[in-house]
Design a protein around this ligand. Structure first.
Ligand code: S3P
Length: 181
């Protein structure tokens, strides 16, 4: 037992840069483990009834970050959830602390070279990428890396598809659960 929740009951939180595949992988892991899936961006979008880009434009990033914190702090303390965080969430210290205290934090890593191949698919739906040069985006990518270094487990995803990543994560979780039983 760690804290008042056993390791097996703890929620699993996925972190990593935009477009690394957190949502897809988390959905697959949730399905394979018969757990509830929670996407923090989707919760905020539902609340405001508009996509993230619109929330940033019309309501502002500050409010988005406040709601993001509320939702993450709420869900990461609940048992048996599989949670996908937005790529900027872990910049907030309260979010980092709560997730690391209450849940299992999985960092999905990707190299810059692999990530930049995906940029064209992401730019329209990601407000923090808009009106930025490639150099600006690379700086953001590198700056975020150090934030994600606080995690419980990490996987470099470059050479795997999302199904393979999900299976690897489930195998490593089962191993950890067995050891701590
Ligand atoms: C953000 C990442 C997005 C979303 C918002 C801000 C960021 O989530 O939360 O656009 O600051 O990195 P994804 O990581 O799911 O793209």
């Amino acid at each position: 037992m760690i804290g008042n929740m056993s390791l097996k009951e703890k929620s699993i939180v996925f972190i990593g840069f935009m477009g690394v595949g957190k949502t897809t992988v988390a959905q697959l892991v949730a399905k394979k483990l018969y757990r509830d899936f929670v996407d923090i961006d989707e919760e905020i979008e539902k609340e405001f009834g508009m996509p993230t880009t619109e929330i940033f434009k019309r309501i502002g990033e500050k409010k988005f970050r406040e709601r993001e914190k509320e939702y993450v702090l709420h869900y990461c303390k609940q048992p048996l959830k599989i949670i996908s965080l937005g790529g900027g969430a872990f910049l907030q210290e309260d979010i980092r602390e709560a997730c690391l205290d209450h849940s299992i934090v999985f960092y999905l890593d990707i190299s810059w070279d692999s990530w930049k191949e995906r940029l064209h698919m992401l730019v329209d739906s990601r407000p923090v990428l808009q009106n930025k040069s490639m150099d600006d985006i690379k700086d953001l990518f590198n700056a975020r890396k150090s934030t994600y270094e606080e995690h419980n487990s990490k996987l470099m995803t470059d050479n795997f598809n999302e199904e393979e990543v999900a299976d690897y994560i489930i195998d490593s979780l089962k191993l950890a659960w067995d050891i701590h039983e």
